[in-house]
Write a protein that binds this ligand. Sequence first.
Ligand code: FMN
Length: 141
Amino acid sequence: MTAPPPLHGMIYRSRSALTGTPREVASALGGILDVSRRRNAEDGVTGALLLRESVFAQVLEGPAAAVAETFARISADPRHSAITVLEDTPATTQIFAQWSMAYAGDGGMPDIPLTFGLDDTRFSAEQAAIMDRLRSYAGTL
Ligand SMILES: Cc1cc2nc3c(=O)[nH]c(=O)nc-3n(C[C@H](O)[C@H](O)[C@H](O)COP(=O)(O)O)c2cc1C
């Protein structure tokens, strides 16, 4: 038996370069999510993406090599700039295991609402804690 590959988790923040009407921005974002979900599912990468005003914050987690390759592609993407890594650590589990890329936004149809209702049981405490960090990072650029 071979050992499972080491897991890695990271969070970065960037400034969105998506422009246009809210509908155009939503459409461009939909394109990013479609590709992300397909590629991440192939690579075993999971996570969540937040877009708040013009700031992205994203958590990526999965096999270390796959996370590094995914982040290398994301870093070269002209649809955002000022990419800053805020957390970058070995991980023992994939906290967003059921999402190849969940979307949390302040418009459109997010998978994860920006505010959690007290009766909302879809999210684990660990997921809620990471979403809180994404929101606070997105609010400080
Ligand atoms: C904010 C943002 C987040 C992204 N997240 C992912 C992601 O999680 N996984 C992914 O494969 N691509 C993601 N992308 C898209 C990549 O930058 C890239 O366009 C895509 O992986 C296809 O790469 P390729 O054209 O080199 O094949 C993201 C792009 C942006 C702007």
